[in-house]
Design a protein around this ligand. Structure first.
Ligand code: SF4
Ligand code: SF4
Length: 433
């Protein structure tokens, strides 16, 4: 098997505190759902309900109102009891509607009704994906319909490929793995729906070489929809799944195999399951597979969780903490966002939640740089994290824009310097100057 990979840097990322990925459990329905009006990198949705209003499961409760914002639906039936707002440690602020569970479910426990999509025009599919609030289900999480529009408008003879990214270079993607295993057929059909929505004529399953069998199963499932599909084995070295590193591997594949893939639209399995739910089941994004774990958690597990479930409820369902966590991260410890309160909820772009004790966080004591060069060795973007870090502290931000925040330098640094965090902040300041 030929394995395609990115050219430099990266790390083999292993973590014994992630949940086992070969089994998932359905989390309890939240008694209170905290439903943010921003659930991806775009703008805020406009609330359509007020405190005291009754909402049904799947009802539109906030409408997209600006470019890159997305519709939000009620994950549970009940009553809107309050609006809340908060600011996270990194300055990120958000607002949410809080729903208290009550009343009957419209979708949960009802027989599954499937709809035909094959005769729908691409534009109609794009509109439905927008209406049901489907976004890329991992940060940054742009609305899917916004990604499809430009591809649909390309010249008809210009090739394009949808890349289904089944790259498990980060063990915190345990939720995505469990989703692929549980819903391979739906993901394959979701991929064909997306191809049809943007007149994409080629399907590529980019799969970590260790998960080749899973890729074969997805390819086989997609076979019945008449879109040529290919399986490309890529490395499991982190950050192989990042767009830049994955594109590099796929361009290598093009060269070596004499193939032309053209423009690439790279989507995660969770995004394609969301597209399937929206079009085939007429169901908005209401839940997410999440890997819940970390050294502070008693029983790490992969859970199917309603959007809006508070992290404290998730951790409680995993048996609680063995000790007070020093840090709680939404996402992977390598690239996720540190949260300030366990009242923060699961959103569309959440794929993991990690509660960490001190040995895993590396402690809070930063030491001086010892000029070992480890950070340069692992940087896949060929940057010098040490000089960037020092430069940003002196106000020089220009080169920071090249950093894609993979976190490899943090993991490699023996002095535990917060390299990627400082470089990312520098990149944001550089852009706003
Ligand atoms: S500098 Fe940026 S791109 Fe390079 S290793 Fe650090 S986080 Fe990754
Ligand atoms: S890895 Fe850390 S200690 Fe080593 S050169 Fe980079 S910043 Fe300095």
């Amino acid at each position: 098997m030929k394995i395609y990979k990115f050219p430099r840097g990266g790390i083999v990322f292993e973590d014994s505190t992630v949940p086992p990925r070969d089994k998932s459990v359905i989390a309890f329905l939240p008694v209170l759902a905290v439903v943010p009006l921003i659930q991806h990198s775009g703008g805020k949705a406009l609330p359509l309900v007020n405190v005291g209003d009754q909402v049904q499961e799947g009802m539109l409760i906030a409408r997209r109102q600006s470019p890159e914002s997305a519709n939000i639906h009620a994950p549970i039936p009940g009553t809107v009891i309050q609006g809340v707002s908060w600011e996270a440690e990194d300055g990120f602020s958000n607002e949410a509607l809080v729903i208290r569970l009550g009343g009957a479910f419209e979708k949960l426990g009802k027989p599954r009704k499937e709809f035909h999509w094959e005769d729908l025009k691409p534009f109609a599919l794009q509109q439905l994906l927008g209406e049901y609030g489907v976004v890329e289900m991992e940060p940054p999480g742009r609305p899917l319909a916004d990604l499809l529009g430009p591809l649909y408008s390309r010249d008809s003879d210009e090739p394009a490929a949808l890349v289904v990214r089944c790259v498990f270079d980060d063990p915190w993607l345990a939720g995505d793995y469990a989703l692929c295993r549980d819903r391979a057929k739906d993901i394959a059909e979701g991929a064909c729906i997306v191809c049809h929505s943007a007149q994409i004529n080629r399907l590529v399953f980019a799969v970590s070489h260790r998960e080749y069998d899973l890729g074969s199963r997805l390819l086989e499932e997609a076979g019945s929809f008449g879109i040529p599909g290919t399986l490309v084995a890529v490395s499991s070295r982190y950050p192989q799944k990042n767009p830049r590193e994955l594109q590099f591997a796929l361009r290598e594949y093009e060269k070596k195999e004499g193939q032309t893939l053209g423009s690439l639209l790279i989507l995660s399995p969770a995004t394609l399951a969301g597209a399937y739910d929206a079009i085939k089941l007429k169901k908005p994004v209401l839940e997410r597979y999440i890997g819940v774990g970390g050294s502070a958690v008693k029983n790490p597990q992969v859970m199917r969780v309603r959007i809006g479930t508070r992290l404290k409820d998730l951790f409680a369902e995993c048996g609680g903490f063995v000790d007070e966590p020093q840090r709680v991260i939404l996402g992977s410890p390598l690239s996720g966002r540190r949260i300030a309160s366990l009242d923060e909820p699961v959103v569309k772009t959440s794929f993991a939640a990690a509660a960490l004790l001190e040995p895993q966080t590396g402690g809070t004591v930063m030491r001086k740089c010892i000029a070992c060069g480890e950070c340069r060795q692992v940087c896949p973007a060929a940057l010098d994290p040490e000089s960037l870090f020092k430069g940003i502290q002196q106000g020089r931000t220009s080169a920071a824009a090249e950093c894609h925040g993979c976190g490899c330098c943090d993991l490699a640094c023996p002095s535990r310097l917060p390299l990627s965090k400082v470089i990312q902040i520098g990149a944001i300041h550089g852009k706003t100057r």
